[in-house]
Design a protein around this ligand. Structure first.
Ligand SMILES: [Zn+2]
Length: 505
């Protein structure tokens, strides 16, 4: 009976797990630009708190990719690749095979980039979602999603436009999630608190206010999802591209005082200066920068392309790596034109080993554990996590499931399943063992008595088991009159085997 009960319990659990694995839930990926890992401790954030309480978080944030800028990290989130593998090395890119210059949308929302800047071997998740399982994807201003990759764009798109409000963005996504042909993958981009942190500094009251506004946007989204009856059936990941740090006009590195601006083209300025020396000037430009970088009061490092540390996962792109890069120390800024006033109070883009450069991560939904946290993981791990949630075969990527798998409820279930199974096996074994022990004791007592009744010496009696109906003397040895322990015997022999005593005489 106990075994039957255990078996039923195991089958019920198995069915629950299989149902959970097979259920296809929509996934929402949201980015608040420049939302540093520790911003949630700055002010009251009841809606983010709700997500953390009912979902998961990375306590130390996640490790962004180098360069810790907006475009590279948004592309890494959706491809799981480091910059050297997806080709979007920084907010500005140069490729000798593409003559049309690259321009980020925040410079000119109407400018159309050559799609080859993005279609460079990486496969954003909406491609797999639409090609592998005929899913539908919707992108609200996600960086790079306006460019076809492998001829695929997201099914629905809201193009980059600074004038569109946050609530309009949420409303659009809700429409896409609940329409006649709903999306199963949605991506939404919000440009704050990045913009404010650049202007006022990451520690400013203005940024604290932006954190509260972000929390209200999340509240608005959760409320809409709840009203549509979707909140219990959707997985939501909210994260960011990079962190932030303070900069000031007192910590500037004047590039032009080190090397003449006529000797190089500067593609990106700070904190990573991408330097393209004019023909014949590579060694000269490099040696001047190197001499300065190694002086006692220097606040930057300089590398030729081949010298860039492997840990940046930046140097191995076949065409786009600048011949020289200079990287400012945390809080310092390169400036190339001394006549221009330096007005920034906050920045990012530094070495991704700096904790300040790491963004936050929270997630909630039926697939995530409740109130669970890990310390940290990598931005590139988000892609395999999302593929897992959508049951997609991931494209080759640099991410790992090692840490992010811990965030999943199925992992918790599997752990409970293993533990539960162990306990059930223990209980079943103990129960069966007890029954046999009791039976053996009773049989032993009964046989001892019979041997005494038959006046057999121990040497004259043997005990053996036989199947019913195979003959033997068992019937003659058992009768209601001569055995007060008949019930004991019957109980003890209530199985397939019965006991038989055979006289050797
Ligand atoms: Zn950004």
């Amino acid at each position: 009976m106990a075994m039957l009960f255990s078996l039923i319990l195991l089958l019920v659990n198995l069915q629950k797990i299989v149902c959970h694995i097979e259920k296809d839930l929509p996934l929402l990926l949201i980015s608040f630009d420049g939302f540093r890992w520790d911003y949630l401790s700055r002010t009251d954030t009841p809606n983010f708190d709700r997500i953390i309480k009912n979902g998961v978080t990375a306590k130390q944030g996640i490790k962004s990719v180098f360069v810790t800028n907006t475009l590279p990290n948004h592309w890494s989130l959706v491809t799981g690749l480091y910059t050297e593998s997806h080709g979007v090395l920084d907010n500005y890119i140069k490729d000798p095979r593409i003559s049309k210059a690259f321009l980020p949308k925040y410079k000119d929302a109407n400018y159309q980039n050559d799609p080859r800047y993005y279609d460079d071997g990486a496969e954003p998740i909406w491609v797999a979602n639409q090609l592998q399982k005929q899913g539908r994807s919707g992108s609200v201003m996600w960086w790079g999603s306006e460019n076809p990759v492998k001829w695929v764009r997201p099914t629905y798109q809201m193009p980059y436009n600074d004038a569109i409000s946050s609530s309009e963005k949420v409303d659009t996504m809700i429409q896409w999630l609940t329409g006649e042909y709903p999306v199963n993958l949605g991506l939404v981009y919000f440009p704050e608190p990045d913009h404010t942190a650049h202007m006022s500094g990451p520690e400013s009251a203005d940024v604290t206010e932006q954190i509260s506004i972000a929390d209200s946007i999340v509240g608005y989204l959760l409320d809409k999802l709840e009203k549509k009856g979707l909140l219990d059936d959707i997985n939501i990941i909210i994260t960011s591209d990079h962190g932030f740090t303070n900069v000031s006009a007192s910590r500037l590195i004047q590039l032009e005082s080190i090397v003449s601006s006529s000797d190089y083209e500067l593609l990106t300025e700070s904190p990573v200066a991408s330097i393209f020396p004019v023909d014949g000037q590579l060694e000269s430009v490099y040696s001047k920068l190197k001499a300065n970088a190694t002086s006692a009061d220097s606040h930057f490092k300089v590398y030729k392309a081949e010298e860039i540390p492997e840990r940046f996962h930046y140097k191995n792109h076949p065409r786009r790596v600048p011949p020289i890069i200079a990287i400012a120390d945390l809080g310092y800024s390169f400036v190339s034109n001394t006549s221009r006033e330096f007005t920034l109070a906050g920045s990012h883009g530094y070495d991704n080993d700096y904790q300040d450069m790491h963004p936050f991560f929270v997630a909630m939904g039926p697939s995530f554990r409740q109130g669970f946290s890990v310390d940290t993981f990598n931005t590139v791990d988000v892609y395999p996590l999302m593929c897992h949630l959508l049951h997609l075969k991931p494209a080759p990527n640099n991410g790992s499931m090692e840490v992010v798998a811990l965030l999943l409820r199925e992992n918790e279930e599997n752990t409970m399943w293993t533990f539960g199974t162990y306990i059930l096996v223990l209980i079943t074994t103990a129960s069966v063992g007890s029954v046999f022990s009791v039976a053996a004791c009773r049989q032993h007592r009964y046989l001892k008595r019979k041997i005494i009744q038959l006046k057999l010496s121990p040497a004259q009696a043997t005990i053996k088991y036989s199947l019913p109906g195979k003959g033997g003397v068992q019937a003659s040895l058992l009768s209601a009159e001569d055995d007060e322990d008949e019930d004991d015997f019957d109980d003890a022999n209530d199985g397939d085997n019965i006991l038989e005593i055979v006289s050797k005489r």
